[in-house]
Design a protein. Sequence first.
Lengths: 230, 230
Amino acid sequence: MNVSIIGGTGSEGFGLALRLAKAGNHVTIGSRSQEKGAASAAEARRILGGQTAVDGTTNQEAAAAEVAFVTVPFEGQAEIYRSIKDRVRPGSIVVDCTSPLATAVGGRAWHVVRPWHGSAAEQAKAILDPAVRIVAAFHTIPGESLQDLEHDMESDVLVCGSDAEAKATVGSLIDEIPNLRWVDAGDLTQARITETLTALMISINRRYKIRDAAIRITGRDSWGSPGSSS
Amino acid sequence: MNVSIIGGTGSEGFGLALRLAKAGNHVTIGSRSQEKGAASAAEARRILGGQTAVDGTTNQEAAAAEVAFVTVPFEGQAEIYRSIKDRVRPGSIVVDCTSPLATAVGGRAWHVVRPWHGSAAEQAKAILDPAVRIVAAFHTIPGESLQDLEHDMESDVLVCGSDAEAKATVGSLIDEIPNLRWVDAGDLTQARITETLTALMISINRRYKIRDAAIRITGRDSWGSPGSSS
């Protein structure tokens, strides 16, 4: 699949680029500057080895992908969406990975602020064309763990969205990453809860002096794969 | 340990009573009426067998325990706290298990409302004597799973509070329940996040037509037991 990462030079975005490219997808890394995008793509190819399909470009160019992941800090999120809105194709899928951490306003990373629309994902939805399908995901998956290709992650990815097909498409991309599993967490408004979990993971990381707290939903073995539920 | 359950005749409270009594604690079940509390206690003794130390009384009497769990719906929470505040002893521990589900105002169980104080636990804190130590916990543990004594639960209990000793005491009670583990999720304000997870679990339950979605924090094997962190 052709996927892109808007803000793909950051820790979360670059980690996602590596994992999605390793799984066999064609990944386009977007950045504010074409040069930075291209440099990140070269670094990804170096890490992953010769045959990997990763290229780099601007966020605007990257926004035309079939599935675009948006991994930017909350303080810049609305601006980024306004800058790409004319390039995102109706019917395409945008996966918002933003967490409204209080760091956006000089606060703590284990606190959150409340976006006016309820969640960062709903703020994205308010900016983009209504025909773009928004999915919210990856809030509990640390960028460092994504980049650490030597270690499989032991996590579920909570996926919110109001378009079941878009969620399943994103879910299939998640399931291609070894040992990650997707969980359908409900419609897009549930992102009001899942986005805050980044702050909770950071709080737990602080308490235990670790860096990779993440979440598994239990009871899973008895209820099967998420795809079987709809 | 002597523990009590305020609102102990409900599903979550009764389940907690069973698990804590089975682990060897003396459990007092509180209810609005002494008769209902006594009847629930008799039922708990019947389920657990002869030697079990469970008795029943009013919420007011139950509030004098060393550790009191409060398991009441959000719409009645403030009223319950006002009714017990003179009976809760300074220095004792109150474990608030309330989730501010939107059902409190006629809404959906997978939505939440925002308490004025930030969280239900902080609302409890605002009502009780400042010398009472408030801990927030058990928001992701379904009452049905607690009551199903044939099956061990496979979950972590996220524990929030600003008194480390109180959290550790509650944590030791949690660790006595087979296969539950406690996780120090931060200070009491983190309950603003953990309390909303009840709604998220309900959303996941709805999607997959299950009843027992719960949470494990991953990475745990490498960072050990919560007690070792402080």
